[in-house]
Ligand binder design. Structure first.
Ligand SMILES: Nc1nc2c(c(=O)[nH]1)N[C@H]1C(S)=C(S)[C@@H](COP(=O)(O)O)O[C@H]1N2
Ligand SMILES: [Mo]
Length: 372
């Protein structure tokens, strides 16, 4: 039996794909009840109402005493820093409205399905994050000649695929110095809640969620490439177990429909009457501005252009709407598809990779239209 640090494989198993026809396991269900998605009807709101933003916590939510907490800035710098919360609150702050999405969104529909957090479509949320630009703190610490990457360490600790670790992610010094990157202490005007990283988290607008390190305790400037687990092993796009593949970075375009009508409790199939219905939703891309959303009412065979609402901000989702006139009762499959100004769009079919990362295939909403 393989053991690492005294932890054997029955405690922390290797990555595996579900067998053909293997249903969701109890391990996946346990993850899904801790890490829940945003109810899709919350697509009605520009900012996801407090408590309904999606949530992803690899280990446990740590209990952090804000009065004892300090942020260390160290490593390959001229001036190491140690900052308390009051010092951070006293600094010049900015607010960005940011749509965040988990890189594993869509995973549960992949075949074969990688065993991990089994998201359907709802691992997304938008919040107004307020904090101190990271670039200002880095400038004060003055990275030395030869600095390459910056490692961000959270207060949470666990074991994953046999590797015991504090949650840690690296970013290039270049990406970390981008003016929109924040050390956020406030979410929608309130102090960060425990589940979203209290008292301080990193916000990297446009990037998938794994980069947005919560419960931040340490920022370390490195004179070499960061080689921690969450960059080098997890969050890779690869189809071959012997190939590390490429890293997951910025968010691929996605549109979601606010499911119309009312749902069946168990199947979530939507019930609508014949007539005219205003379909609405949101679309986003971390790569470029969303400039097109198309809607299909026949499972993706034919498409119509939706109207776009004014943008909320560079890093936020964009509302859209389209009127559906339906006079024939029956079953329909509604889809929406986003494209961005760089020509990126969404595939109709899954693009499989071993960790089910950055999988932005179109959402399908089952609708039953009943006679008048
Ligand atoms: N310290 C720490 N930061 C973390 C995580 C974590 O488990 N620990 N999860 C990451 C992942 S995978 C995602 S998708 C986002 C989710 O942020 P949210 O729970 O605030 O929506 O946080 C990221 N930051
Ligand atoms: Mo994630």
């Amino acid at each position: 039996m393989r053991t690492m640090g005294g932890i054997d494989e029955s405690v922390s198993p290797r990555a595996r794909l579900a067998a053909e026809d293997e249903g969701i396991t109890l391990d996946e269900l346990r993850l899904a009840t801790r890490n829940r998605g945003m109810p899709l009807e919350m697509l009605d709101h520009d900012l996801t109402p407090d408590g309904l933003h999606y949530l992803l916590v690899h280990y446990d939510i740590p209990t952090v005493d804000p009065s004892a907490w300090r942020l260390q800035v160290d490593g390959h710098v001229h001036q190491p820093l140690s900052l308390g919360l009051a010092e951070l609150h006293d600094r010049a702050h900015v607010t960005h409205t940011v749509t965040m999405e988990c890189a594993g969104n869509g995973r549960a529909r992949l075949q074969p399905r990688p065993i991990s957090q089994p998201w359907l479509d709802e691992a997304v949320g938008t919040a107004a994050w307020t904090g101190v630009p990271l670039a200002a703190v880095l400038a004060e610490a003055r990275p030395r000649q030869g600095a390459v990457d910056v490692a961000f360490t959270g207060a949470d600790h666990g074991v994953e695929r046999g590797v015991e670790q504090d949650y840690q992610r690296g970013l290039s010094l270049d990406a970390a110095s981008s003016p929109e990157v924040l050390l956020a202490h406030t979410m929608n005007g309130l102090p960060l809640p425990p589940q979203h990283g209290a008292p301080l988290r990193l916000i990297v607008p446009g990037w998938y969620g794994m980069a947005q390190v919560k419960w931040l305790t340490r920022i370390t400037v490195l004179d070499r490439a960061f080689d921690g687990y969450q960059n080098v092993t997890a969050y890779r796009i690869s189809t071959d177990p012997d190939d590390r593949g490429r890293p997951v970075t910025r968010i691929q375009p996605r549109a979601l429909l606010r499911p119309p009508g009312f749902p069946d409790f168990q199947t979530r199939t939507r019930v609508l009457d014949v007539g005219r219905h205003r379909l609405t939703g949101r679309a986003w891309s971390g790569l470029a501005t969303v400039d097109r959303v198309e809607v299909s009412v026949d499972g993706g065979s034919t498409w119509s252009d939706a109207d776009l609402d004014p943008p909320l901000g560079r890093f936020a989702w964009r509302g859209w709407h389209w009127t559906w006139s339906v006079d024939r009762p029956g079953r329909y499959e509604l889809c929406a598809r986003a494209s961005d100004a760089d020509g990126n769009t969404q595939p109709l079919e899954q693009r499989w990779n071993r960790q089910a990362m950055a999988n932005n295939h179109v959402q399908r909403v089952a609708v039953s239209v009943r006679p008048a």
